[in-house]
Design a protein around this ligand. Sequence first.
Ligand code: UTP
Length: 288
Amino acid sequence: MKSLRKAVLPVAGLGTRFLPATKAMAKEMLPVVDKPLIQYAVEEARAAGIEQFCFVTGRGKVSLVEHFDVAFELEATLKERGKLDTLKQLEGASAIPGSIVSVRQQVPLGLGHAIWCARAFIGDDPFAIMLPDDLVLAETSWVKQLADAYTETGGNVVAVEEVPREHTNRYGILKVGKDDGRMAEVLGLVEKPKPEEAPSNLSIVGRYVLMPEVIAELARFEKGAGGEIQLTDGMARLIGRQPFHGLRCTGRRFDCGDKAGYLEAQLAFALSRPDMADKVRAFLPNYR
Ligand code: UTP
């Protein structure tokens, strides 16, 4: 069994829910406290031993790759001024040379199409997918939890969460087989089903470990929900051929693609930081 070494980060979406902020700026560069969403995702993957990244980008997303570049003048100036603590804060925003590549999805035809764009990077290896606007606050990296589940099951594993039944039409939903409360066998997958048609209320959230065979399924370019080439439909074709499980990861996920979710993440992350928690607690009562 091959170990997990690669992550694909699809970041070619238009980010329409955050306009006008995302008119000239990538949604994944939005900061939570002082770090952009993309860096949280890369650090989470690194905590699972991943050091090869492919960003699937689109127009106006160059800054995502540049964020991990060497900022020579800035770093030299900080060194000259003896600001070594500040310099240290840049560490997570660096990368081993050659460890980040980007491919272009010229037209955002859907998440499944974005993953297909990374086919040369994926090759014959298992890979993680991370949607950086799903931000995770957890003791153990979610990619690490999925990687361990992949080692245990030998197949595809997706992070899942229970969602209110009235919201099933926003997510990819599982048809569940054997379920021990932590890991659930996946018997089927449906993208954005109406609540009355949903096979469960267990939904896929933005972390996956998939086998490379999904690429051939995505290459059918079949349009699914919303007229988009859906990753869920490609994954569904693997069920029965390979092990496929949903894992309830421990920790909290924030939907930072949504304004309220993003604001909640700001609070949760600030409150989790020793340098910020007291300051936030001091002003919070003003907003009750
Ligand atoms: P979203 O559904 O959140 O879409 O995509 P979006 O464009 O980012 O944001 P809104 O809904 O317009 O506000 C989920 C993930 O899939 C990627 C997005 O970048 C995001 O990480 N994606 C989606 C692509 O890379 N390409 C696509 O064609 C569609």
